[in-house]
Design a protein around this ligand. Sequence first.
Ligand code: IPE
Ligand code: IPE
Ligand code: MG
Length: 242
Amino acid sequence: MTLPKHVAIIMDGNGRWAQLKHRPRSFGHVKGTRVAKKIITACSRRGIKHLTLYAFSTENWFRPQTEVSLLMRILQRYLRRETENLVKENIRFSVIGDLSRLPKDVLKSIEGAMATTAQCTGLHLVFALSYGSRQEITNAVRDIAEKIANGEISAHEVDEEMINSSLSTYPTPDPDLIIRTSGEQRLSNFLLWQAAYSEFYFTDVLWPNFTETHLEEALTAYSQRQRRFGKVAHDSVEKLSN
Ligand code: IPE
Ligand code: IPE
Ligand code: MG
């Protein structure tokens, strides 16, 4: 089975899951975090190289203050409790997103988790936090524009590779497979540039109900896709010439 090197997941549906159970949205976020832990371990054990989890978008800052604070507290608790486990599982942790907007204690825990797991050589786990792809691309354009203004480079030298290496995901390879739960079929400002040739897998399962079996289904679906990258499939080249 062809395994994707990089899996990215838009973990969606926590609120609706809680609502169905007549519980507050926070209940869904707590359960969602537990599911994330399981899926991280599952990906690690399967030998996936990179896993990016969309945990909080730039637009999520516009949710009610109480929900935002709660999400930050859950994140803080996750980092505090899980860092040792990440080391045990040989998982290297990193983040993408506008960290300047995060509370100081969360930022500190992030830095701690990154430092503690820096030497781990197994799964590379990326949390997209306070992340927005348009913001990321805007920052990259600004950085490149500054280099041109300083005379460091000329406008003609700007190419895809330069843009790529100016993004916060660099040097992580593009996601091969993007999974979104909860039935929504959109990117919601996630990895717009990087998703140019990603395979998409949408499932109606709400994130708190997502299990290792669902992950397996997504990976199997991926292995059955034929990625062409705009070219002609290998086995149809001959047919064309006949
Ligand atoms: C995903 O679940 C978690 C975050 C965006 C932080 P939601 O909170 O978006 O759940 P729904 O989409 O409202 O059900
Ligand atoms: C996307 O989910 C962000 C995360 C999963 C963290 P949202 O629930 O914020 O996206 P929309 O609002 O349905 O597009
Ligand atoms: Mg949602």
